[in-house]
Design a protein around this ligand. Structure first.
Ligand code: ANZ
Ligand code: ZN
Length: 837
């Protein structure tokens, strides 16, 4: 590092360069020896459970990790200083495909690969100064953890929340595994982006749909980013509507449809069944259409769901040769099978209203079916009344609808539903888009599902005392086509039935890794418990997680699964909370060259290089300073070097005063000011504490907190020589405490080496600020309009430009100048604000 610090007039040539390598090693050891980050055993003190999403042990940390864990670490350290008993744990989401893939590529065992990655990443975390309670470390791939994942499975099974069924599932031909619906993004595998296929096999599911309503309702009270809640609401996809039964002409059979637009029923001109609908087969069986229909069905089954649902892709239909009767007006409606109707949603059948539904409209045009408008805009525009090309999909006023003509859609929905129910033609119904969670995987590197199959007794759960069902190490873990690798190991497969003792076979599927991560935050509360997943006491004290910090990519998957598992555990009496994470914070990405850092794109900055060349404190403070934590930021070498210079200035400032502060009594917050300069310094320090505290409390505005530290240092540098030693000592102690969560190593050096205090600065109380002193610190700023003095305004000393500007704009005295807004604004801090209008 070259020293280009000549912009600082106060640099003492005497001050020794800060040796971050030595300091970081020294304090790391010190913290470790004193076990300083252990959560206290007490359950009497107020607690804070600070959690960051645990990483997949991919090999080494990337900058996204560094950012995520730095955010969490500041929150944890800050809360310890605030007097909370802090639980700040770390672990490893260690099962899953990448370990298997890496193992296959490098020809090492997934376990060996995973454990050595964990070792390395753990060392990196220690170097970064993250204050984890390592006594609670967990890795989901170790038997002392997955034993309890298996226990969870058994509990869900007992409750009827885990079940097995033959189902059409999403199959990734590249990863050679099935995927949960949540893992299919735009019809592609969430991991490798290969288009998924549909396969039919026996699979295990968790009944998350049993909690659809709770999962939706409880979102309202969570302190989570709105967009995450919106994504979950959308995923759960609650639709209020009705089912209606349409008789098939000349039979006593009915087609039941689900519709959200009962008000459009007079405009139904045909019916569409999902090609997989049993009635579709039935209606064609034994007719001349049978062969053609079977060919049609086969072709559709191969289509990805995304194409079937898309409004852009052409619709494929097949006329089934029969008609249904509209129960409201007796019209005959031809019955089609159509690819855009899915078997898995609603009833798998629809009434088609081509005047008011986009996909029905496209279908009607393709097959020359009538389009009858029955809803017109409420404002009386005639747009869709006869223009067959005009598609009107909003609510409006009914026309061509018998006794309902003239009613609004809202009125008609109600009246028609009542009519349905009175005549037993259907009923109101709520439908969800959410499907049950598919949890079985035909892969090796996961927790074995604890079930056995006995010829006599059928499916039998493994008794709790026999857990864990250990994942055998020596297995051919190459993935097979729909066959679990475990099935190739007779020593694993062949067992005896827990019920009758007869020969039995083990389940050979393993669990989705999202099951592992759906409950790990409970385990941290009681990580070394050998008799239970977690004790009631531990859970009762530590849960819920007070603040959960992680990536946006988990908005649906992990966060929805965790909420479901928590609700299920609550209903079974294992926890008192119905939501696991009271507050969620999602951090932005770290980009380089405009896109997210990624190994495959080659645009990465390796944290190891940063640690080696600049140290942990610089890396931490830079990632905190460069942007608000929820925003993406572009990595910049200059930005990092700017922070290095700031840290050096802090170091030199302490160095400059260290000698005269030697022997000065350890100060306290009531130290007296003996001069105007003393009061100025104390006010600046008070403002610093106020600013940093409120910035942290107000949704973690660490970047502005650090800007406040910079302003503080600038200010005090202007008059530091005039400040008495007693006050300077107090002020510098306060600054060291405020710095501690951000730059934990350097703060220790400042506190003990520079100021001669007993370590550790992290065991000091977070400094208080005095509101009154803040009041006194108000300043009068001159307000100019186009360079002319027009009055003054009182604002807090050091208020940022934005605040001063708003204060002027809001104040009644100046409104007359801003009729046309303003073009530009210049601010000389604490002195003049000039608007160009
Ligand atoms: C008649 C109608 C008229 C509809 C109209 C819409 C507009 P959401 O809101 O997503 O729940 N639908 C029902 N089941 C379906 C299935 N299995 N596959 C494809 N589409 C299906 O959507 C509900 C609407 O989607 C339902 O209301 C039905 O079309 C269609 F002007 O019924 B509607
Ligand atoms: Zn048996």
């Amino acid at each position: 590092m070259e020293n280009n610090d000549n912009n600082n007039k106060n640099v003492s040539t005497e001050a020794k360069e800060y040796d971050f390598r030595q300091a970081e090693e020294r304090w790391s050891n010190y913290w470790q020896q004193r076990d300083m980050h252990k959560a206290e055993e007490t359950t009497k003190k107020p607690k804070k459970y600070v959690l960051e999403m645990f990483p997949y042990p991919s090999g080494r940390l990337h900058m996204g990790h560094v950012r995520n864990y730095t955010l969490g670490d500041v929150v944890a350290r800050y809360n310890r200083m605030r007097g909370f008993n802090v639980l700040h744990p770390m672990g490893w989401d260690a099962f899953g495909l990448p370990a298997e893939n890496a193992a296959i590529e490098r020809n090492i065992h997934p376990e060996t690969w995973t454990l050595s990655n964990i070792d390395y990443m753990k060392q990196q975390m220690k170097k970064l100064g993250f204050s984890y309670d390592w006594d609670r470390e967990l890795a989901t791939c170790l038997p002392d953890y997955y034993k309890w994942t298996q226990w969870l499975f058994l509990k869900l099974y007992e409750k009827g929340l885990a079940y097995k069924k033959r189902a059409k599932v999403n199959w990734c031909p590249h990863c050679k595994t099935v995927l949960a619906n949540e893992q299919v993004i735009d019809g592609k595998c969430w991991r490798c982006h290969t288009p998924i296929e549909k396969r039919e096999i026996e699979q295990w599911f968790f009944k998350i749909t049993a909690y659809a309503d709770d999962l939706l309702k409880d979102l309202d009270d969570l302190d989570w980013p709105e967009y995450v809640k919106a994504q979950q609401r959308n995923w759960i996809g609650r639709s209020e509507g009705a089912t209606v039964r349409f008789q098939i002409e000349g039979t006593d059979k009915y087609i039941e449809v689900f519709t959200t637009r009962l008000d459009t029923i007079y405009g139904a001109t045909f019916m569409v069944l999902a090609p997989e609908h049993p009635l579709a087969k039935e209606l064609t069986q034994g007719t001349e259409l049978e062969e053609d229909f079977n060919a049609f069905l086969k072709a559709i089954t191969l289509k990805p769901e995304i194409d079937r649902l898309s409004t852009e892709k052409e619709k494929e239909g097949f006329f089934l040769g029969k008609y249904a009767i509209n129960p409201f007006n007796g019209e005959r409606l031809p019955i089609y099978a159509g690819d855009y109707v899915l078997m898995e949603y609603g009833t798998g059948a629809i009434m088609a209203v081509p005047a008011h539904d986009e996909r029905d409209n496209a279908f009607a045009k393709k097959y020359h079916l009538p389009i009858i408008p029955v809803v017109v805009p409420k404002d009386g525009t005639k747009a869709s009344e006869k223009g067959e090309d005009v598609l009107f999909t909003d609510y409006g006023t009914l026309v061509n609808s018998g006794p309902y003509s003239g009613k609004t859609s809202e009125e008609a929905l109600d009246l028609m539903a009542t009519y349905l129910e009175e005549h037993q033609l259907g009923s109101k119904k709520v439908t969800y888009r959410l499907r049950d969670w598919l949890v079985s995987r035909q892969r090796y590197w996961g927790a074995p599902i604890p079930m056995v199959y006995c010829e006599k007794c059928g499916m039998v759960p493994v008794p709790e005392e026999e857990l864990p069902v250990v994942l055998p190490r020596e297995v051919d873990y190459m993935p097979g086509d729909l066959v679990s690798p475990l099935a190739t190991d007779p020593a694993f497969v062949e067992t005896t039935c827990p019920k009758c003792g007869g020969p039995a076979r083990r389940e050979t599927d393993t669990m989705d890794t999202f099951v592992d991560s759906s409950w790990y935050y409970f385990r941290y509360a009681d990580a070394r418990n050998e008799n239970e997943a977690f004790s009631k006491d531990a859970e009762n004290y530590w849960l819920p997680v007070d603040i959960y910090i992680g990536g946006v990519e988990h908005a649906v998957l992990h966060l929805l699964y965790s909420r479901f598992i928590t609700k299920a555990l609550k209903d079974m009496g294992y926890t008192h909370v119905s939501e696991p994470f009271s507050k969620l914070f999602t951090q932005g990405m770290v980009t380089l060259g405009g896109s997210a850092m990624s190994k495959s794109k080659g645009n990465i900055v390796d944290p190891d290089d940063i640690l080696k060349n600049y140290g942990a404190d610089a890396a931490r403070m830079y990632t905190l300073f460069v942007a608000p934590p929820e925003k993406d930021f572009e990595w910049s070498q200059q930005g990092l070097e700017g922070i290095v210079r700031f840290l050096r200035r802090i170091w030199n400032f302490y160095g400059k005063h260290a000698a005269r502060l030697e022997g000065v009594n350890s100060a306290n917050e009531n130290v007296e000011a003996h001069s105007e300069w003393d009061s100025k310094a104390l006010r600046a320090s008070n403002r610093l504490v106020y600013r940093v505290t409120s910035d942290i409390e107000d949704n973690y505005r660490f970047n502005t907190a650090i800007a406040g530290m910079m302003e503080f240092l600038n200010e005090i540098t202007e008059y530091d020589d005039k400040v008495s030693s007693a006050v300077m000592k107090e002020v510098l102690e306060t600054f060291a405490k405020v710095l501690a969560p951000f730059v934990p190593f350097m703060a220790e050096e400042l506190w003990s080496t520079m100021l001669g205090n007993e370590p550790s600065v992290h065991e000091q109380s977070w400094p208080a600020f005095n509101e009154e002193l803040l009041e006194e610190a108000q300043v009068e700023v001159a307000v100019q309009i186009n360079g002319k003095f027009r009055g003054t305004i009182i604002v807090p000393n050091g208020a940022p430009e934005e605040d001063v500007k708003n204060a002027v704009l809001r104040s009644g005295s100046f409104t007359k100048y801003f009729d046309q807004g303003y073009k530009k604004c210049f601010y000389v801090p604490n002195k003049i604000i000039n608007f160009i209008v």
